[in-house]
Design a protein around this ligand. Structure first.
Ligand code: ADP
Ligand code: MG
Length: 840
């Protein structure tokens, strides 16, 4: 059949399945005319047919569903008359069918699920033909058949497929594919778009591309005096040649043969003026795809199966099952969100005909994820709010006397945050609050006030921080604050518990927490690792919460019963994102800095201008100020990082700052040594602290006014902003000097962004645009990322849309008890795998 008719058939069928709601194509069915008319002419369709189709489809959106059905049937009959080759066999199933068609009895394919697993409903289904496992093909499908039996059949194991015996099934299991449903959701890793391949001659340096070519030469040889090995392959595509190299994979040399067609994906680099690709992903090309001129899905593979075999299998499954899926998203939601049906989305995520279809399919599947995420988060919030918590009343005068005792006046946003917390304490419901404020906005003192309230009522608090340096600092400042004045705690009621606390002392602390003699414990993840038990933990605080995983945060929460929880972060994220990601929490935003702060002046210097940085440091020290000098992670190794810092420290002290005191702090030092170094810096015994990123979070030495970051191009934007936040914490003008590894890196976008803005929010937005949310959100740690395969949490419009929909549905039927929400409820449970929406 001509491809234009094929398309017509496909969209008509989708439209029928969707109940003639004009959603088979986004923007309406009439949109297909944009390209269909010319396709049809290319196919040699009669002009009258084309005009008849176009004429009737044009006003399609204005028709009622009933008239739409009539229209499509009419068009199809007309097409059939003019082009009998579309034939009856096909029209049987392509003929638009009324959406109200009662579920047809399961066909033989449904019955082909393995006997023992066959659900009772299938009892009267025709018996499967035992010897012949049908390879479901689209031409056999029955579009009207949507019934609740189908999800059950989707549980069928893969051996129901033709060509999959027990052995292949085992292999597929290695890919996490056990059932037909797993197959539907086995999304391609990427696509080769053969309609848009880039010829080698038009590649640009820096581009990330997929290129196809044939192997022209292969060499493998040792380099660096035999310490490493390089495989070099040159491929050509008729327009030019491209050199590829792989390191230390000597076996590759034998994998490439001259004349072999391969596709390589990666970043185009430059070496001695020529374009190269280093360690690209590569794959053998199935030559027939080259000519199909379409978008070909590439699936994750495992040993023993080929792309082609898996793709053929996927094709069978998708074509047959995708149209039969019952959409778990209620019509009303899908309408309001304007996303395609699940059938269309699953079909097009695997075998899209155009990039546009692929985009829409992605959008639908991404919508589902965010929607599920949001539903889970709302459910979590409701559950948390449904229990009671101890009430802590905070008398106004007492609170005032405590704030008056602080060395400064709280900013209005700090006051607001404190009063939010006080309100939560008095609510009888557990507090679940996120305190969000940029680096240096003064979150610690707010947390300290909360701890003080709880300690005053003789209950216990735990404060968890991501590094021992930060835990130590919190411990000191809390001790100072809480032991101060009349009615203050005695010092032994506040303790520090970190990984390196001596075992005997740990034991003592555990005992004190269990018998209630210790009221406040500050620490690292050591707080949750050991068998620490509290008699009466009422408040848990997690500082720099994005540094912890979901499990760690909930482990702390589990140490008490319905306790009050405060999590703090400097991660500035857009509101709609915050509401989704942290939707289970109430949020207090501190968007105002303490008075008298001056914006930090940030400069990017070339490596050869380093001396200027040193001059500035000397001048500041002469003025009584102090400086940090940060050395970067050279490789993913703390050891090497430490060594670099040690070496630099030596030469800085011996050569550059001979008359000044230069301290050293790195991750490989013992906690006691770290503590001593921090203390000496705090006490101004050191003028300069040479450090690694161990000072990145939380460290607070307000007298430090210079932050010099070496190898600054190696840091992420969020990290740079955090590091810079170590200065500018007092009233003095502070400076941040960024020196990249090479002169050219002074144009590095992140460094320029740093020089331009001091505002964490602005930088976060930039970072989101440039690289996705990973670092600012700490997605890797926070767990919810694992549920998101399609959705990018940078897609704010989509997030907003999904959030609004979820909220509306939650308001209408929170427990998804209505009949039309049942399927959604099941899908939601699957998404969360039994856990609640505890994402923050
Ligand atoms: P962060 O929000 O980054 O955790 P901190 O709580 O460490 O910030 O506070 C940064 C610095 O600001 C600290 O030195 C703290 O003592 C100081 N500070 C906090 N609140 C105020 C205030 N209201 N006025 C002046 N200084 C403040
Ligand atoms: Mg802090």
């Amino acid at each position: 059949m001509q491809s234009s008719l094929e398309k017509l058939r496909k969209f008509f069928r989708l439209e029928a399945e969707n109940g003639y709601n004009d959603s088979a194509i986004i923007g309406g069915l009439a949109k297909m005319l944009d390209y269909w008319e010319s396709d049809a002419r290319n196919d040699g369709l009669k002009e009258e047919t084309i005009q008849a189709v176009a004429g009737r489809l044009r006003d399609y959106s204005r028709l009622s569903p009933e008239s739409r059905k009539v229209t499509l049937l009419g068009i199809w009959n007309r097409v059939k008359k003019e082009h009998p080759e579309v034939g009856d066999k096909e029209t049987n199933q392509t003929k638009p069918q009324p959406a109200s068609t009662p579920p047809e009895p399961p066909t033989q394919e449904v019955g082909s699920a393995p006997q023992p697993e066959s659900p009772p409903q299938q009892k009267d289904a025709p018996k499967p033909k035992p010897a012949h496992r049908p390879a479901p093909a689209r031409s056999e499908s029955t579009p009207g058949a949507q019934s609740s039996q189908i999800p059950v059949a989707l549980n069928a194991s893969l051996t129901v497929l033709q060509g999959v015996g027990p052995r292949n099934a085992k292999t597929l299991e290695q890919l996490g594919l056990y059932t037909l449903e797993d197959m539907l959701y086995n999304f391609p890793r990427r696509y080769d778009d053969y309609s848009q391949l880039k010829p080698i001659k038009s590649l640009w340096y820096g581009e990330v591309v997929t290129v196809i070519g044939t192997v022209q030469s292969v060499t493998g040889r040792p380099i660096r005096g035999g310490k490493s090995h390089i495989t070099e392959v040159v491929i050509g595509d008729g327009t030019g040649a491209l050199r590829l190299s792989w390191f230390n994979q000597p076996w590759l040399t034998n994998r490439f043969k001259q004349g072999l067609a391969i596709s390589v994906s990666g970043k185009i680099d430059q070496y001695l003026g020529r374009l190269v690709m280093n360690s690209p992903d590569w794959e053998l090309v199935e030559t027939e795809n080259l000519h199909t001129n379409r978008i070909v899905p590439i699936y994750p593979l495992t040993a023993k199966i080929t792309q082609k075999w898996l793709r053929t299998l996927m094709n069978q499954v998708i074509n047959y099952w995708a149209p039969k899926l019952t959409d778990h998203l209620p019509e009303s939601v899908r309408y309001a969100a304007k996303v395609p049906s699940l059938n269309t989305a699953i079909l097009n995520i695997h075998f899209p005909e155009t990039q546009d279809h692929l985009r829409l399919a992605r959008e639908r599947l991404a919508f589902d994820e965010i929607f599920f995420l949001q539903m889970g988060v709302l459910r979590q919030k409701r559950d948390w709010q449904s229990v009671t918590a101890r009430i802590f009343d905070v008398p106004d005068e007492w609170l005032k006397s405590r704030t008056d005792a602080l060395p400064f006046t709280l900013t209005s946003v700090q006051q607001k945050a404190v009063s939010d917390i006080v309100m939560d304490f008095g609510s009888g419901r557990p507090m679940n609050r996120l305190l969000q404020g940029d680096v240096g906005s003064g979150k610690t003192v707010v947390a300290a006030m909360a701890v003080e309230v709880i300690a005053h009522a003789n209950a216990q608090s735990a404060v968890m921080a991501p590094t021992s340096i930060l835990a130590e600092q919190h411990y000191r400042s809390l001790s100072q604050m809480l032991t101060n004045g009349e009615g203050g705690l005695s010092a032994e009621k506040i303790r520090l518990l970190i990984g390196d606390t001596p075992e005997a002392e740990k034991e003592e602390i555990r005992t004190g927490l269990a018998d209630g003699s210790i009221k406040v414990v500050v620490g690292t993840h050591a707080l949750i690792e050991g068998p620490v038990q509290f008699t009466d933990l009422q408040l848990a605080i997690v500082d720099e919460q994005h540094r912890f995983g979901v499990e760690q945060r909930s482990a702390l929460r589990e140490k008490g019963e319905n306790l009050h929880l405060l999590v703090m972060t400097a991660t500035p994220i857009p509101r709609s994102l915050a509401l989704t990601v942290h939707g289970d929490l109430d949020i207090s935003v501190m968007d105002e800095m303490p008075e008298g702060r001056q914006p930090i002046e940030t400069h990017v210097l070339k490596p050869r201008e380093r001396e200027r940085a040193y001059t500035m440091i000397r001048a500041q020290v002469l003025d009584g100020r102090q400086a940090f000098i940060i050395y970067p992670l050279v490789e993913e190794s703390e050891k090497i990082e430490a060594r670099a810092a040690v070496k630099e420290h030596e030469s800085l002290q011996a050569e550059v700052f001979r008359k000044l005191n230069v301290g050293l702090l790195h991750g490989r030092m013992k906690p006691a040594e770290k503590d001593e170094a921090m203390e000496k810096f705090r006490a101004k015994e050191y003028d300069i602290l040479v450090a690694t990123t161990v000072v990145e979070v939380g460290v607070d030495v307000p007298n430090a006014t210079v932050m010099l970051i070496e190898g600054a191009d190696r840091f992420g934007l969020a990290q740079l902003h955090q590091l810079r936040g170590r200065v500018g914490r007092g009233l003095e003008q502070s400076h941040c000097l960024l020196i990249p590894t090479n002169d050219d890196d002074t144009e590095n976008e992140r460094l320029l962004a740093m020089a331009e803005s001091n505002d964490g929010f602005v930088l976060a937005e930039r970072d989101l645009q440039q690289r996705g949310p990973g670092e600012f959100l700490g997605t890797r740690q926070s767990g919810y990322g694992s549920g998101l395969r399609m959705a990018s949490i940078t897609d704010l419009p989509l997030i907003e849309k999904a959030r609004e929909r979820a909220q509306a549905l939650f308001g209408e039927d929170a427990n998804l008890e209505k009949e039309e929400h049942k399927l959604l409820g099941e899908a939601l449970d699957r998404f969360w795998g039994g856990s609640k929406g505890d994402v923050s």
